[in-house]
Design a protein around this ligand. Structure first.
Ligand SMILES: [Zn+2]
Length: 215
């Protein structure tokens, strides 16, 4: 084969591959605002995963669920400030400190606090296999009414969903954690533990909007 024919063949193959490949969902702009996640926090996360899930690791391997949250606060900086220190939480008194992979601020900016390769403590029963997304504010209706917050949330969730091949039904609100097929908890007193943020009534329209986005 001549060099010219080879070049032509390569071009043809590349063009065919481009046509056949599905258009990947675009990654929205994400600002990296890491919280400290050093040796002590990793070791606490590993101990937590052992205690609650029987998993001897702090790593988030192939996440299967995306959990939506409300910060119940009015500013991004106060939410970041709650997640940053590795201290026992006031509710359950456990280590590591609570955290979330992402926070969407009132202006619709997406901040990433923790790499997707690490577990975060945001939802009892699902921390071993889920990505957490916090929305600054008190009301889910407020998020959906804000074009910037809603679009940022849907774009981020869609990109993650496509990237990890997570089904629509596994994009849930914190309040839906107990009904997740992935819910797992070895500590008896926490088996029914949930929060009130993003109940099914609020997640239904969210999932309906998400369904319209393609990968
Ligand atoms: Zn929550």
């Amino acid at each position: 084969m001549t060099a010219g024919a080879l070049t032509e063949l390569v071009a043809t193959v590349l063009a065919a591959a481009a046509v056949g490949a599905p258009a990947a969902a675009e990654r929205p702009p994400v600002k990296w605002d890491a919280i400290p996640y050093g040796t002590a926090r990793r070791s606490d996360m590993r101990a937590y995963a052992r205690r609650h899930y029987g998993i001897d690791s702090y790593r988030l391997a192939q996440p299967k669920v995306i959990v939506q949250h409300m910060t119940e606060g009015s500013s991004y900086s106060s939410a970041w400030g709650i997640f940053a220190p590795n201290v026992r939480d006031g509710e359950l008194g456990e280590l590591p400190g609570v955290c979330s992979h992402f926070i969407i601020d009132p202006g619709g900016r997406i901040h990433q606090l923790v790499p997707l390769s690490l577990m975060c403590r945001h939802t009892v029963g699902l921390n071993y296999t889920s990505i957490g997304i916090e929305h600054v504010g008190f009301s889910e209706a407020g998020v959906m009414a804000s074009t910037r917050m809603r679009q940022a949330s849907l774009r981020l969730t869609n990109w993650l969903r496509c990237r990890y091949d997570i089904s629509l039904s596994n994009v849930i609100g914190h309040n839906e954690n107990l009904r997740s097929p992935y819910h797992r908890e070895r500590v008896g007193r926490l088996r029914t533990q949930t929060h009130s943020d993003w109940p099914t009534a609020k997640m239904r329209p969210y999932r309906a909007a998400l369904r319209k986005l393609t990968c």
